[in-house]
Design a protein around this ligand. Structure first.
Ligand code: ADP
Length: 350
């Protein structure tokens, strides 16, 4: 059965109040200007490598932040990106873009964390995770010192584990620490399904669940074109979803990153647009349904694990988790993904 879990009880339990929908945050009434009355919102980006800088560019081009502040361990890199992106703004939006230090993140509504260290030759995934956990301890400590009210948006990979580490280190309630998760995998899935069926990907309602990585689960059984199940729609338009089509779409969704990395070293434009989409949903208090990662109390019997399911995203962060109707195989695959992620998280010494 599909299921919706509202997150408000947790909010109430932890004594936080964000006001009602469309209202001004309780925090801003107390003088912390998360989203000033005029709707301004500062977004901080910590880590301005390819992903962080592309996210700044996407935020500015879409005009979803009034102010973007870039910060990196390499200040010259952050400054160079800030200048370059600021020069694009007269062609795009009124977003101001600048580099800064942690103190300049004060009053930010969202902080994107895209910092990280690269894998050394021969280094295991767990060792790399350990080194990134050290980076995150420093970064999150500073963010919590200057803007403890911000929503944290984690982009560093492996994003589900880094999201859980961020939740753990920050001590924030899970709904305020959002990982980009499978937002990009879902976009790829919708794109491929839309192209096959001859409809806009925006009219495809389909999601990729679980890990942003190899164990992800394409939720074929509940995907819709408009309001019609995709298999029925495919039959109507004479474009059946054969086994060969399924295998191709699964492969092109699951393995897209490998293809891009082999061609140009890393992926960043797609995830940057996804991050801008999430920030837009927060700023506009959209209550948009997006597949993002947060620590979730129970996924297929696995306790406290960060992974993606469709979730409702607005000003307060995640306000509800939507567990779609899945078939037996998809349930089992999501259980495997959750088990793998929980095990990996437990292997990291925090
Ligand atoms: P990606 O492709 O994921 O963006 P990069 O290696 O290009 O990866 O970017 C990661 C960025 O994170 C680098 O610019 C690096 O300087 C930055 N970084 C690493 N550690 C820290 C830290 N402790 N504080 C701020 N930035 C950091």
């Amino acid at each position: 059965m599909g299921q919706v879990t509202r997150c408000e009880p947790e909010v109430a339990k932890r004594g936080r109040s964000f006001g009602g929908r469309g209202g001004v945050c309780a925090e801003s009434k107390r003088g912390i200007h998360l989203y000033g009355e005029e709707g301004r919102m500062k977004v901080g980006i910590v880590g301005t490598g390819m992903v962080g800088s592309a996210a700044a560019y996407a935020l500015g081009m879409r005009g979803v932040a009034s102010e973007v502040v870039l910060l990196d361990r390499d200040p010259a890199l952050a400054e160079a990106h800030a200048l370059d992106i600021a020069h694009a703004m007269p062609f795009a939006s009124g977003t101001t873009v600048a580099n800064g230090d942690y103190d300049s993140l004060r009053d930010a509504g969202v902080v994107i964390i895209a910092a990280g260290v690269a894998q050394r030759p021969g280094e295991t995934r767990v060792d790399l995770l350990g080194r990134n956990a050290v980076v995150f301890r420093e970064v999150i400590g500073e963010i919590m010192r200057v803007c403890p009210e911000a929503i944290l948006l984690v982009a560093s990979n492996p994003v589900d584990i880094m999201t859980q580490i961020t939740t753990e280190i920050s001590g924030l309630p899970a709904h305020r620490v959002i990982g980009s998760g499978t937002i990009l995998d879902t976009a790829r899935f919708r794109n491929l399904l839309g192209a096959h069926l001859g409809v806009s990907p925006r009219s495809i309602h389909g999601y990729v669940l679980g890990e942003h990585g190899d164990s992800q689960v394409l939720a074929w059984s509940c995907a819709l074109a408009g309001a019609t199940p995709i298999a029925a729609f495919a039959a109507q338009v004479g474009a059946p979803i054969t086994e060969a089509v399924r295998v191709r779409i699964d492969d092109q969704t699951r393995n897209a990153a490998y293809r891009i990395v082999s061609g140009k070293g890393s992926t960043y434009y797609g995830i940057a647009a996804g991050l801008a989409r999430i920030v837009g949903a927060i700023r506009q208090d959209e209550q948009a349904v997006l597949s993002v990662s947060t620590v979730t109390a129970d996924v297929e019997g696995v306790r406290d694990v960060a992974l993606s399911v469709p979730r409702v995203v607005g000003r307060a962060g995640v306000t509800a988790d939507l567990f779609p109707n899945l078939d037996i195989g998809e349930h089992a695959a999501l259980h495997r993904s959750a088990t793998l992620l929980r095990g990996l998280f437990e292997s990291v010494a925090l």
